[in-house]
Ligand binder design. Structure first.
Ligand SMILES: Cc1ncc(COP(=O)(O)O)c(C=O)c1O
Length: 447
């Protein structure tokens, strides 16, 4: 419970802390609050000023301005005691987004059914429009969901599958998507045709071939992950476009999992040529946790059943996928603040900064860490901020345990097919010094 709330409360059961009473007497409630607000405002202004300076510089020069990037950290409540290098998992929200969420919660509680069902539910069209501008797509094709998983599940559960239908997918697709596909296979007798790419892949023709050579007369669906969560492998937009165009010519449905691309890579959803696109807003848009998007081509909307039943289930109104009961709609309001903050930095600068940081630590580790093996491309078209590495002779779980327990560095890793690796995913405000600490720690481990 916040001090602000205690001081403002009219509830006689909430007894005021003596020290707070003292401050209240000395400073008065208004002064205490405005001091906090003043400090927050000054921080926010410094952040905005730093971003403004960065956006006015040439990209190459902007990348090197560690002092300015470090000041952006003030926009977050990032832990000073833990180095978070798993930002790809879920991104922190800027303080202004967290505060907006809390403010909307307070407002909702003043008259819940009024604010939730007569005010907040009216703002969704504006949010949809702004998200469509970011995704360079038609807002009438964009549904708000809880996350990428829900968006993918909406498509998979909405198709009338027949036994013998075939789906092309990769062993490197996201685990929860694979869970969904296995259930579809088990339930309807759909055959899963796997591709097993080995990262890094840097040959467009080869990537295209991997998918297209699996097509046969039973192929009904192709699932493509734009940026693999594990190795950070990017499938370039023009390759996705070629696969999708070819699939469309054969009446095969295409879905792109863009969990790690939205807000980070400079592309338009509709330029990918896919039928469906799924993403999460709590990754690189840094929106409140638990929001995502489903894009569906206008001419495919009517074909997909909403798995939460809706009156207009067979119509082409994208909002049929949003039909739900009472939920924490106040949190959705803060997406606007997240978009504002995201736009102030911009997708391009965010992506460039993360690519710069990835290149920085990977190149250094290649020189300084014994047995270091990188499984991510250092070519700009094939990776951005995420990189996967392993250390010869040391199990990845041991490397992660050492980094976590001995060095307070948070990262993740997993084994897929034959490759057991550790994933590093910085944020824009992660500094070169932070990454130097990672390298020093790895040197210490391997000496
Ligand atoms: C490629 C990919 N797809 C889907 C997801 C699932 O995202 P969410 O948990 O937000 O649904 C993730 C999460 O990291 C991911 O990396």
């Amino acid at each position: 419970m916040s001090t602000t709330f205690l001081l403002e409360s009219n509830n006689p059961k909430l007894t005021m802390h003596p020290r707070r009473t003292f401050f209240k007497k000395i400073l008065g409630v208004g002064t205490t609050l405005s001091l906090t607000q003043f400090a927050n405002q000054a921080l926010a202004q410094d952040v905005d000023h730093s971003i403004q300076q960065l956006t006015q510089l040439d990209t190459d020069i902007a990348m090197e301005q560690e002092d300015l990037w470090k000041r952006i950290k003030q926009a977050y409540r990032s832990s000073p005691n833990l180095l978070d290098l798993n930002n790809g998992g879920v991104s922190p929200q800027a303080i202004r987004v967290q505060e907006a969420e809390v403010n909307y919660l307070h407002l909702a509680n003043e008259a819940p059914s009024f604010y939730m069902w007569r005010v907040f539910n009216k703002t969704r069209e504006r949010t949809r429009y702004r998200l469509a501008l970011l995704g360079k797509c038609d807002p009438a094709c964009l549904a708000l969901t809880r996350n990428t998983t829900e968006s993918i599940n909406t498509i998979l559960a909405g198709i009338d599958w027949k036994a013998g239908d075939e789906v092309i997918l990769s062993t490197k697709d996201y685990s929860s998507a694979l869970v969904a596909w296995r259930q579809i296979s088990q339930r309807y007798g759909v055959k899963l045709r796997w591709i097993t790419p080995t990262p890094p892949m840097e040959d467009n023709k080869l990537i295209e071939k991997l998918y297209l050579e699996q097509i046969n007369k039973n192929t009904r669906f192709i699932h493509i992950t734009q940026v693999t969560n594990w190795s950070g492998q990017i499938i370039p937009s023009k390759v996705i476009r070629k696969i999708c165009d070819h699939a469309r010519s054969k009446n095969i449905f295409t879905l792109v999992d863009g969990a790690h691309s939205f807000g980070l890579l400079d592309f338009g959803i509709e330029d990918l040529g896919c039928d469906a696109f799924a993403t999460s807003l709590h990754k690189w848009i840094c929106a409140p946790f638990g929001f995502g998007l489903l894009y569906l081509r206008k001419d495919k909307i009517a074909d997909i059943w909403p798995y939460k039943p809706a009156i207009n289930a067979r119509k082409d109104d994208i909002r049929k996928f949003e039909h739900t009961g009472t939920f924490d709609i106040h949190r959705e309001q803060a997406i606007g603040q997240a978009i504002d903050f995201h736009e102030s930095i911009g997708t391009k600068l965010k992506g460039e900064r993360l690519r710069f940081l990835k290149d920085y630590w990977c190149k250094k580790a290649q020189k300084e860490v014994k047995g270091f093996r990188l499984h991510t491309s250092l070519k700009a078209s094939y990776s951005c901020g995420i990189a996967l590495f392993s250390i010869e002779g040391i199990q990845s779980s041991k490397v992660i345990a050492f980094l976590t327990r001995e060095k307070s560095i948070h990262c993740t890793g997993s084994r897929i097919d034959e490759l057991d690796g550790i994933r590093i995913s910085p944020h824009v405000f992660t500094t070169q010094q932070d990454l130097d600490f990672l390298i020093r720690s790895l040197v210490e481990l391997t000496e």
